[in-house]
Design a protein. Structure first.
Length: 318
């Protein structure tokens, strides 16, 4: 069996954890992969921690690679253009080789044009910046990784494990990927996507527009609030309220209410042992089934799976 060569291109400011993911995951697959690290000029690179890393290879390593992995680097170093030397280094990657980015690595691929017209992802916290800089990329910030054939992108930190395990599964099947996952003590496949990790802070209310009604709604989420109830509280007609609400919030009152109910439900799943039916009633969903359906539609996981991720299964009730 031919050994698959993986080249990891380390840039200044690299995150040490993510830099080590390819070697850890592919290395656990036995002699199927050969992993080596390089820099754009063959010299050492800084990390975002208090140490630097010496590498043994320069960009010539990329010419013989079957897969090139671009780990993330410190967010403070992000620019719209690719770091010096990167575009020239990536130009040496042979046709047919796979290119994989983790987290902020997607910014580099986008800056070099490799993501033009392609679907991609990156860390959810950087989605707005990414979209403004690279509108030609079809960004999906809700997923853990995107496989577009020869180019794969993944979200922040641990999603690098997800995409590398996915590649092992793609190359050698489920049994080998499961063996690698057990060796690394990680799940072979994570439910849902990035959406379950995104923070949605509630804006502070003000005295203008519909904000006072939004605050009132947050205090009464368990009640079956209709558009008429919201409009009456705001002392507006339903049509005027709906228009003003959309102008201020960017979505309809009904969609906003669903988001707030899900946000409250997620908080209760994380911080209490209440059953799903109890939580559903507290946040305004008619039944536990309704909460399960809305949560799965929003973030791709069940309440039980979400609770296990952010709280642990001990003492929880479904």
């Amino acid at each position: 069996m031919r050994v698959h060569r993986v080249a990891v291109l380390a840039l200044d400011g690299v995150y040490p954890f993510e830099l080590g993911i390819p070697s850890r995951v592919f290395g656990a697959a036995g002699e199927r992969y050969e992993v080596a690290t390089c820099s754009v000029d063959g010299t050492s690179v800084t990390t975002n921690s208090d140490f630097s890393i010496t590498v043994e290879h320069g960009p010539e390593l990329l010419r013989t690679a079957d897969t090139v992995v671009l780990p993330p680097f410190d967010m403070s170093l992000l620019t719209r253009e690719a770091p010096p030397g990167v575009e020239e280094a990536l130009a040496a990657v042979r046709p047919g080789a796979r290119i994989v980015s983790i987290c902020t690595g997607a910014f580099v691929l986008a800056a070099t044009g490799l993501l033009d017209g392609r679907p991609a992802t990156t860390h959810w916290a950087l989605a707005d910046v990414f979209r403004s800089w690279y509108p030609q990329v079809d960004l999906d910030p809700d997923v853990l990784f995107v496989d577009d054939g020869s180019v794969l992108t993944s979200a922040g930190a641990a999603s690098g494990m997800d995409v590398c395990l996915h590649l092992v599964r793609r190359d050698h099947g489920t049994a080998v990927a499961n063996h690698v996952a057990r060796s690394c003590v990680v799940p072979p496949w994570r439910e849902g996507g990035q959406a379950q990790y995104i923070e949605h802070p509630v804006p502070e209310p003000s005295a203008n527009g519909t904000s006072a009604t939004r605050q009132w709604a947050l205090e009464n989420l368990r009640d079956p609030l209709a558009l008429a109830d919201l409009a009456e509280h705001a002392r507006m007609s339903r049509r005027t309220f709906a228009r003003r609400f959309n102008e201020e919030v960017g979505m309809s009152p009904g969609r906003w209410l669903t988001q707030q109910r899900l946000s409250r439900a997620r908080h209760l799943l994380e911080t209490t042992d209440l059953g799903v039916d109890d939580i559903a009633g507290m946040v305004g969903f008619a039944t536990g089934t309704s909460l399960r359906e809305h949560l799965h539609a929003a973030i791709g996981v069940s309440p039980l799976a979400y609770r296990r991720t952010f709280r642990g299964a001990t003492g929880s009730r479904t």
